[in-house]
Design a protein around this ligand. Structure first.
Ligand code: HEC
Length: 141
C-alpha cells in the first residue's frame, strides 16, 4: 500500500502546518478491525488534528473551519462529500475510510459539538456518492 503511506505522510505534513494542531494519526486504522472503529475514534485520530478536539477549528498557517455548531452540516451530503473528496486544505478520505466509517464520522460530528442533526447517514448513501466505475471501452482499436 505504497500510495496510502504517501498519502498519510502528506496528510501529516499538511496538518503539521496548523498552529498547535496535533498530527492526525490515521495509522490507527491499520491495527484494528475496521468494522469496530467508531465515528468518535475516527474524529479523535484524524479530524481533530486540524479541526481541534472541540471541533471549533483553528486559524494558523491555514484556516480550519469549525465543525462545532456549523449550519452547513444540516444536510448530511455536505460533510459526507467533503470527507470523501476534500477541498483546498481538506484532504480527501474516500480511499482511506470505507462507506461505513465515513457514515460513522459524519454522524458523529452531526450529533456532537453543538450539532443536533439526528437523521442518520447510512453507508449506502455514502456509497452512492462514490464515483461510478469507469465505462468499459467496447470500441475496437
Ligand atoms: C489536514 C487537515 C484536515 C483534516 C485531517 C480534516 N480536515 Fe476537514 N477541513 C480542513 C480544511 C482546511 C477545511 C476548509 C476547506 C475549504 O473550505 O477550502 C475543512 C473543511 C471541512 C468541512 C466543511 C466545513 C464548512 O464549514 O464548510 C467539513 C464538514 C470537514 N472539514 C469535516 C472533516 C472531518 C469529518 C474530518 C475527519 C474525517 C476532517 N474534516 C479532517 C482540514 C482538515
Amino acid at each position: 500500500m505504497k500510495g496510502l503511506s504517501l498519502f498519510l505522510a502528506l496528510l501529516a505534513a499538511s496538518a503539521a502546518q496548523a498552529q498547535q494542531a496535533k498530527k492526525p494519526d490515521p495509522d490507527f486504522l491499520g491495527g484494528r478491525d475496521v468494522q469496530q472503529v467508531t465515528g468518535e475514534q475516527i474524529f479523535t485520530h484524524i479530524c481533530q488534528g486540524c479541526h481541534m478536539p472541540d471541533a471549533k477549528g483553528a486559524v494558523g498557517a491555514g484556516r480550519y473551519p469549525a465543525l462545532a455548531s456549523n449550519p452547513k452540516l444540516a444536510s448530511s451530503a455536505y460533510p459526507a462529500v467533503m470527507v470523501m473528496n476534500g477541498r483546498g486544505g481538506m484532504p480527501p478520505f474516500s480511499m482511506l475510510l470505507d462507506d461505513k466509517q465515513i457514515a460513522a464520522v459524519v454522524n458523529y460530528v452531526r450529533t456532537h459539538f453543538g450539532n443536533a442533526y439526528t437523521d442518520t447517514l447510512t453507508a449506502d448513501a455514502v456509497k452512492a456518492f462514490r464515483p461510478p466505475p469507469p465505462p468499459i471501452d467496447t470500441k475496437e482499436h
